[in-house]
Design a protein around this ligand. Structure first.
Ligand SMILES: [Zn+2]
Ligand SMILES: [Zn+2]
Length: 73
């Protein structure tokens, strides 16, 4: 099974419940963030078009920070 990448970096071992649509890393409940703002293409050649039909828009903390900076720039 996919593990939460952020937990791995903290030395923990958690099962991922979702995947960041931008960078594609696995995320547990604690580390996943829902993104309700529309994500426009441009900076991220992410597979979001492929995934958004099946998955909610989930981003990791890092990517949501980057995306929010872009959205409100
Ligand atoms: Zn985690
Ligand atoms: Zn990410």
């Amino acid at each position: 099974m996919l593990k939460c990448y952020d937990c791995m970096e903290e030395g923990k071992d958690s099962e991922a419940v979702s995947i960041c649509i931008v960078c594609g890393k696995g995320l547990c409940m604690d580390h996943s963030r829902r993104m309700d703002l529309p994500i426009r293409g441009g900076n991220y050649p992410a597979p979001s078009k492929m995934l958004e039909k099946e998955l909610p828009r989930i981003l990791c903390n890092y990517c949501i920070g980057q995306t929010l900076v872009d959205a409100f720039d």
